[in-house]
Write a protein that binds this ligand. Structure first.
Ligand SMILES: Cc1cc2nc3c(=O)[nH]c(=O)nc-3n(C[C@H](O)[C@H](O)[C@H](O)COP(=O)(O)O)c2cc1C
Length: 361
């Protein structure tokens, strides 16, 4: 591992994701901040927030999870949407401000599924099966108590979910985003399908992992078809969930082979893997999840995230296992992380207090 990171380091070399060229290999990880208006519009404060990362040298910014429809997709009060024209309009200011600083911005499209704690369109929740979600609603996002019991999605409902994602991806392109990231991770709807204990279905979407990954793959295929070849489409994948941080795939590496193999065939430009610490083995010992995404992902680009605060870890990750390193908490503590590291200035530690300032609630 290199001990010194300089402007010649791999982190600062350009890279393409699909047709889009990034100035460097440093991305801001998606981070919910519940600071939109009640109607899900991006605000001037959000323009300034995203612009700061671009000004700070990040080549790519992945937005907070954005809800895709005016139905079951929204998970949090004051979460922004890409579900109607007004919301598209509000995001234009964000994408323009980021572009003016020379960075690229992808919209993360997130369907909450059963993990809803604020939805202004409907009371009921949906999921692969009527299984009570683990854990409690998150106070950080203004929730408390148990999650509702979701209603099992029928085939028509599944088609509607796919249409939600494709329509939102088209709106993202219209709003000036450079690509979309489908949220297939962290316990939300697509991950609920992937997860053995939340998916008890007996149809082609349930049972073996080949079936449980089907909806993610179908969403990826449909979005790719809708937006065309030149607009990057990625998917985020994780083992851990916001409501079950220690979850691991029961089949270990063979599950990873199926998940990454099937997703790579779906026409994605990248797979974004996230783990609490992405430099650690994914299953007890052996390769990391990023290395497995590379091994089984058929050549699609890999974005890696999870405890890459130390520039040496970020650098070794983009040298050995991934194309891009995404930073979450460390980017909040250092909105200019790339510029600081390049200029050999010290980094600030993450202070959880900073999360308070992100909220509007
Ligand atoms: C405040 C906060 C909000 C987050 N919101 C999202 C989100 O909307 N979508 C998502 O995929 N991950 C979300 N995450 C997870 C981060 O993208 C990232 O995976 C996590 O912070 C670990 O990376 P880090 O060690 O670099 O912080 C969030 C994390 C934080 C701290």
């Amino acid at each position: 591992m290199e001990t010194r990171i300089t402007s010649d380091s791999r982190l600062f070399s350009g890279v393409s994701i699909g047709e889009v060229e990034l100035e460097n290999r440093l991305a801001v990880a998606p981070m919910t901040r519940v600071s939109a208006t009640h109607e899900g519009l991006a605000t001037e404060d959000m323009v300034a927030y995203y612009e700061s990362f671009a000004r700070g040298g990040f080549g790519l910014i992945i937005t907070e999870g954005i809800y895709p429809d005016e139905a079951h997709g929204q998970g949090y009060w004051n979460q922004p949407g890409l579900a109607n024209d007004e919301q598209v309009e509000s995001w234009r200011r964000v994408t323009e401000a980021v572009h003016e600083q020379g960075a690229k911005i992808f919209a993360q499209l997130m369907h909450a599924g059963a993990l809803v704690q604020g939805n202004r369109f409907t009371e009921g929740t949906i999921g692969p099966s009527a299984v009570p979600p683990k854990g409690k609603k998150m106070e950080m996002y203004g929730g408390s108590g148990d999650f509702n019991l979701p209603e099992e999605l029928g085939h028509e409902g599944i088609s509607e979910v796919i249409r939600s994602f494709t329509a939102a991806a088209l709106r993202a392109r219209e709003a000036g985003f450079d690509g979309v990231e489908i949220h297939g991770a962290n316990g939300y709807l697509l991950d609920q399908f992937l997860t053995d204990y939340t998916n008890r279905r007996t149809d082609e979407y349930g049972g073996p992992v080949e079936n449980r990954v089907r909806l993610s793959a179908e969403v990826a295929e449909a979005v790719r078809q809708a937006v065309g070849r030149d607009f990057p489409v990625g998917m985020r994948v994780s083992q851990a969930k916001v409501n079950d941080p220690d979850h691991a795939w029961a089949g270990g590496e063979s599950d990873a082979a199926v998940v990454f193999g099937r997703l790579s065939e779906a026409g994605l430009d990248y797979i974004h893997v996230t783990e609490p610490t992405i430099t650690e083995p994914a299953f007890g010992d052996g390769p990391t999840l990023a290395a497995l995404a590379r091994r089984y992902g058929g050549g699609v680009s890999v974005i890696a995230n999870g405890s890459l605060h130390d520039p040496r870890d970020a650098e070794s990750t983009v040298r050995e296992e991934a194309d891009v390193a995404a930073l979450g908490k460390s980017a909040l503590a250092n909105m200019d992380w790339p510029n600081r590291v390049r200029d050999e200035h010290p980094l600030e530690d993450f202070d959880p207090q900073v999360l308070e300032s992100l909220r509007r609630l």
